[in-house]
Design a protein around this ligand. Structure first.
Ligand code: ADP
Length: 308
């Protein structure tokens, strides 16, 4: 469906119920700190287990909701205790969960070990996320068509992601974790959001952020955002490449910064900001998020972003 044909309004012409619909993953992040990682066949003792709500889809939804956005999440959780925990966390942040579906079996989990230097090693077990289907997306067609922006990532099956993109008025797509995507999906991105590693994955080569952004635009998306950690982001649209700085902060933990950025970006775009303004706002949200540990636990409210 072309963007022109879809207004992002309810059938009766009233304002849409949601600013952003996120289609994506919901994971429990199981975190243990270790002095060193075990070699094959070896056992090491770690810290107490910490369990945090995570998953790229849920993170984006919470980032936007905490800023005041009206957000709905389409995804799948399992029938286990983690599923209940994840549902409660999302609902506590005001994310609309009428389309959070339940699959018998385990929820998605990320098994995270944090080394002495703060380095993460992560295994993701998709669990219920892996069951999100094109049929699930079709069942949420009204929801998807009513939103001004649909925000997508790749921790869910590619077929479901593509189906959701086809129904969206505007697609914000974060190519994370990086994997090959069809040209059709790339062509619908407005913008494609990538960090430098994801950009390199798509392009097959390194380059300055500006060159990367231009080269990515040549692959077909309507617009591109390359995020650059402490250096902010570069925004590319037809005819323009703009550098967007990030506020200087003392980083404590950068986990989930990209998800915070993308959730905030999707929300500002849904409010009519142009891409450079939305990215400048999102950079402030990303910067605020690295000042505290964790992903969702680090995401700011509007007052904090204003004060940065
Ligand atoms: P990802 O988490 O996907 O690797 P980035 O590291 O590029 O993404 O971070 C996303 C955004 O978060 C950046 O564009 C920036 O605005 C903000 N950010 C991340 N790290 C820092 C930092 N050390 N200082 C300030 N802002 C940061």
């Amino acid at each position: 469906m072309s963007r022109e044909k879809v207004s992002g309004r309810s059938p009766d012409g009233s304002a849409p119920p949601y600013d952003v619909v996120v289609v994506g993953s919901v994971n429990a992040d199981l975190v243990v700190h270790v002095d060193r990682r075990p070699a094959p066949g070896e056992t090491v003792l770690g810290s107490d287990l910490a369990v945090h709500p995570g998953g790229k889809g849920a993170n984006q939804a919470v980032a936007a909701a905490r800023l005041g956005a009206r957000v709905a999440l389409l995804g799948r959780i399992g029938s286990d205790a983690n599923g209940e925990f994840l549902r409660r966390a999302l609902s506590g942040d005001g994310v609309e969960l009428g389309h959070l579906l339940e699959t018998p079996g385990p929820s998605g989990v990320a098994l995270i070990t944090v080394g002495p230097d703060g380095d993460n090693s992560i295994i993701v077990s998709p669990g219920a996320n892996g069951r999100l289907s094109e049929e699930d997306v079709a069942g949420a067609a009204d929801l998807l068509a009513s939103a001004r922006v649909v925000s997508l990532q790749l921790e869910s099956p590619a077929a479901a992601v593509l189906a959701a993109a086809r129904m969206a008025a505007r697609v914000v797509f974060n190519l994370s974790p990086p994997a090959p995507v069809p040209d059709e999906l790339l062509a619908m991105c407005d913008p494609l959001v990538v960090n430098e590693h994801e950009a390199e994955f798509l392009l097959g080569e390194r380059g300055t952020p500006e060159r990367q952004a231009r080269a990515l635009l040549a692959l077909g998306p309507r617009s591109v955002v390359v995020t650059l950690g402490a250096d902010g982001a570069v925004v590319a649209e037809r005819g323009s490449v703009i550098a967007v700085p990030s506020p200087r902060v003392d980083p404590v933990d950068t986990t989930g910064a990209g998800d915070a950025f993308t959730g905030a970006l999707a929300w500002r775009l849904s409010k009519g900001d142009d891409l450079a303004d939305a990215a400048a706002f999102a950079a402030r949200v990303g910067a605020a998020s690295v000042r505290r540990p964790g992903a969702q636990s680090s995401y700011p409210r509007m007052e904090e972003v204003r004060a940065l």
